[in-house]
Design a protein around this ligand. Structure first.
Ligand SMILES: [Zn+2]
Length: 281
């Protein structure tokens, strides 16, 4: 596919955490980490969403123990008009017009808006899906999962990227899955931060290719300077070994393809440079 796919990014709110959590050279000062969602306008499929960010549903489901621990660890600020659904409506896109919601991984800051898209197919990795549904109560919270945010009919609407064939690559991404078969969205596995996390390489052959990397890294600066998060962050990460492997593959990929934009969900530079709705904050 040679035509560009238009990508827009929105913040749905933010949590605050120490900068050092994201980069070990950082300070012990609190900074906001915005929860970014992306809209991919596909010429034939229509508006596709990548992650759904925060909504006020996050407050509801973290009101009680054990979920309250999640809100304690990541104090969160969101408002109804910041929700992805509201922002799409402001652009004239109704939730029922979205054929696919892609979920990079099932942490609460990526799925609190999922119930706002009751008509969409939900596209994720089978690895992430199985891992998420196998956890309840404290075992779920410890892995950043709040099952109450999952739609009750999730199993009927879910599709797995693994259902399509994998294509080997000769670069640091190693392989991709061209799920729609038109080269528009190439899914890649980015495990480590969360089990079965995926990213998507949008419009690789277009004049504005972009890799949506989810939470594979938090700060662009950490990739640029090869500085990992502080060791304590290992407690918040599913697999530190996989995290480091994914991190280095993305560092290499960045050097191999400097023309491909890379976007991480929570990087302050994503907010400063790419967020459409910055005026709301
Ligand atoms: Zn996140």
């Amino acid at each position: 596919m040679s035509q560009s796919l238009n990508i827009s990014h929105f913040s749905t709110g933010y949590c605050t955490a120490h900068e050092r959590i994201a980069i070990r050279s950082g300070k012990w000062k609190e900074i906001p980490f915005h929860a970014t969602c992306s809209l991919i306008e596909h010429p034939s499929l229509g508006p596709i969403v990548f992650d759904t960010g925060y909504t006020e549903r996050f407050y509801e489901v973290t009101a009680r123990f054990p979920n309250r621990i999640y809100a304690y660890v990541t104090p969160t600020t969101t408002q109804p008009e910041w929700s992805l659904k509201s922002q799409l409506e402001a652009r004239g896109i109704k939730a029922e017009e979205v054929p696919y919601v892609i979920i990079s991984h099932f942490h609460a800051d990526h799925i609190a808006g999922l119930k706002d898209f009751p008509y969409s197919n939900i596209l994720c990795s089978k690895a992430a899906f199985d891992y998420t549904l196998a956890r309840k109560g404290m075992a779920a919270v410890q892995k950043g999962i709040l099952p109450e945010l999952l739609p009750e009919d999730l199993s009927e609407r879910v599709e797995f990227i693994e259902d399509q064939p994998k294509t080997q690559r000769e670069d640091a991404l190693e392989a991709h899955i061209d799920y729609f078969g038109d080269g528009s969205l190439k899914f890649v596995l980015l495990p480590g931060h969360a089990h079965g996390q995926i990213g998507v390489l949008v419009g690789e052959e277009s004049d504005q290719p972009e890799l949506l990397a989810g939470d594979a890294y938090w700060l662009t600066e950490s990739l640029e300077k090869n500085i990992l998060p502080a060791g304590i962050t290992g407690l918040l990460i599913d697999s530190w070994l996989d995290y480091v492997d994914t991190f280095h593959r993305l560092r290499t990929f960045r050097k191999q393809y400097p023309h491909i934009t890379m976007t991480s969900c929570h990087c302050p530079s994503t907010f400063a440079e790419k967020i459409q709705n910055r005026h709301l904050f």
